[in-house]
Design a protein around this ligand. Structure first.
Ligand code: FAD
Length: 532
């Protein structure tokens, strides 16, 4: 526990010196408030689309400490589209398998595979410290000449005018003002921008404390997520074990409510938990100990005229299911292309309303799953506990009971079945494949991967062959030309000759047909750009 702390007691992973104040007025199209994983990913997305972006970050360092470690396949697909996915996978610990244990039994009562559909470029999950992933995002953002990243610049006021928003920014040298057409608040769970605008969250706060012990130990153990209900080393509570890169392990212990938080993180009090889980003779060094509690809440709306909220500033969940940061990266995915089209004048600003609607669908699904997991994990009544224990007992022998075991339903891509951007052709609904509103599935091509081809920045028409009509300005990806060596694209998409899919820039399906004409494709494309 030798981490350097800042004045507020936050451990520092990497110091970034305070950026000097600008010498002339900023001429930017989007200001992002906050340089956490969500703000940085959005800066990268918008920057790669050519937008002039300014990121203002209050901190002048990358924080260490225990935050996100589990990043989902969908997040990796998005980061892959942004050019940093493979680096994350290379650095991270790849895992697909999770095991759930109960009591003192040595065999798991339940196991799950986070990559049930094989032959995809990205794995089911990786574990990687949030600071390491921020490091990689920063490097990628810093390589873009059209994105400015300022450290130690705190936004202290936001006002909206008819055509722009005005931000007051405080630095160690004083205060300056930035005018911008669009602001995206990625300023974290206690979002000062949200407070400045008089807005708040709605939802539940859970009364439970959890101890996180990030420790260093050299031990050969499988790269799997292990979860315990009621283990002998933490009776009546739960525990979780995850491997991280560089011989760091995350141990997570449920503590209950009304605890002495300061006493709980003293090394002499943490050690018995660690030894209980890993064995009396285990040799380890503390990396960081902390206690957390959580909320499952969101803002009523994410779009407030020229100020848009994304990530923790907009919604919060429990860590079970790894839906916090992964949910924020889903916001980035949904917002990036829409804001880009609006800034360019290619789409009406009403398109941003669909960010509001779709990101709320994602947030609600994450909150629902996260709340259910929490209720299962920490039953609040005798009845709930009896139900949970019955499920665990039955799960060992009966497959039908296993889906009820809920140790955190892990983050996967959320579908938008009722999105107004989708075109549903009722009489043609295909019996297999992916319905509009679902995210595209990866599969191998002759040279490379389908999702890479679908993620090149704009809309794409995935056509089974060249009998599908071309539409001016719309990129067509012809499967018979790029090759489907194992037939998995045709199988996963139910694509037969003459068939086609219209895919959005965020790799979501906007429409599909067994034999479309040009007019159908054009109308679906216009609709997917926000046209009614
Ligand atoms: C113990 C724990 C474990 C977790 N595990 C996982 C996990 O495994 N997987 C997962 O997906 N999620 C996990 N999460 C959640 C994850 O850490 C958050 O969802 C994530 O940090 C949100 O990123 P963000 O960019 O929205 O906000 P933050 O990371 O909080 O970044 C906000 C940024 O805004 C800046 N800022 C604040 N105010 C201002 C201002 N006025 N002006 C300028 N800048 C400002 C801050 O300096 C900060 O850099 C976990 C969280 C905890 C606590």
């Amino acid at each position: 526990m030798t981490a350097l702390l800042n004045k507020g007691g936050i451990p520092i992973w990497r110091d970034k010196s305070v950026t000097p104040d600008p010498t002339e007025k900023d001429d930017v199209e989007v200001v992002i408030v906050g340089g956490g994983p969500v703000g940085l990913s959005l800066a990268l997305d918008l920057g790669l689309r050519g937008r002039r972006v300014l990121v203002l970050n209050k901190r002048s360092f990358i924080a260490a400490g225990s935050k996100a470690i589990c990043f989902s396949k969908r997040t990796l697909d998005i980061w892959n589209r942004l050019g940093v996915g493979q680096a994350m996978v290379d650095k991270g610990v790849v895992w697909n398998l999770g095991k759930v244990f109960w009591g003192a039994r040595e065999d798991p009562v339940y196991s799950f595979d986070m990559l049930p559909v094989k032959h995809q470029e990205m794995p089911g999950f990786i574990n990687l410290q949030q600071y390491a992933c921020e490091d990689m995002l920063i490097e990628a953002v810093e390589a873009l000449p059209n994105v400015i990243l300022r450290w130690g610049h705190e936004v202290v006021s936001v006002t909206q005018e008819a055509n722009e928003a005005l931000l007051d920014v405080r630095t160690s040298d004083g205060t300056y003002q930035v005018a911008t057409p669009w602001v995206v608040a990625c300023d974290g769970s206690s979002s000062p921008v949200r407070t400045m605008m008089g807005l708040d969250f709605e939802g539940r706060i859970f009364e439970d404390d959890f101890l996180i012990a990030d420790i260093r130990l050299k031990q050969e153990r499988p790269s799997e997520r292990w979860f315990w209900f009621d283990p002998p080393f933490n009776p009546g509570q739960s525990a979780l074990l995850h491997k991280q890169p560089d011989d760091v392990w995350r141990l997570d212990f449920q503590l209950g409510w009304n605890i002495d938080r300061e006493a709980c993180v003293r090394p002499e009090n943490v050690e018995p938990y660690v030894r209980g889980m890993l064995g009396d003779d285990v040799e380890f060094e503390p990396e960081w100990y902390s206690v957390y509690t959580f909320q499952c809440r969101r803002m009523a709306r994410f779009v407030h005229d020229r100020v848009i909220f994304a990530g923790d500033s907009a919604h919060l969940v429990s860590p079970f299911g790894a839906r916090g940061c992964n949910g924020g990266i889903a916001d980035v995915d949904n917002l990036g292309w829409k804001l880009d089209l609006v800034v360019q004048g290619r789409a009406d600003r009403d398109l941003l309303e669909t960010y509001n609607d779709e990101a709320i669908v994602t947030a609600d699904e994450n909150i629902l799953n996260s709340s259910r997991s929490t209720d299962f994990l920490t039953p609040k009544s005798d009845n709930s506990r009896a139900f949970r224990d019955a499920v665990l007992e039955l799960a060992q022998d009966f497959a039908w009971a296993r889906p009820f075991v809920n140790s955190g339903r892990l983050s996967t891509a959320v579908a938008y079945p009722s999105s107004r951007l989708s075109t549903h052709v009722e009489y043609e609904e295909l019996s297999s494949g992916l319905a509009p509103g679902r995210v595209a599935l990866d599969a191998p091509l002759k040279d490379g991967w389908l999702l890479r081809e679908l993620g090149r920045g704009d809309f794409v028409l995935l056509a089974a062959d060249d009998s599908v009509p071309e539409v001016e300005g719309l990129r067509r990806l012809v499967l018979s030309e790029v090759g489907d060596p194992e037939g998995l694209v045709s199988q996963r998409y139910g694509l037969a000759p003459g068939g086609a899919y219209l895919v959005r820039p965020d790799q979501y399906i906007a429409g599909r047909w067994s034999r479309p004409d040009r007019g159908q494709i054009e109308r679906a494309w216009s609709r997917a750009m926000g046209g009614r």
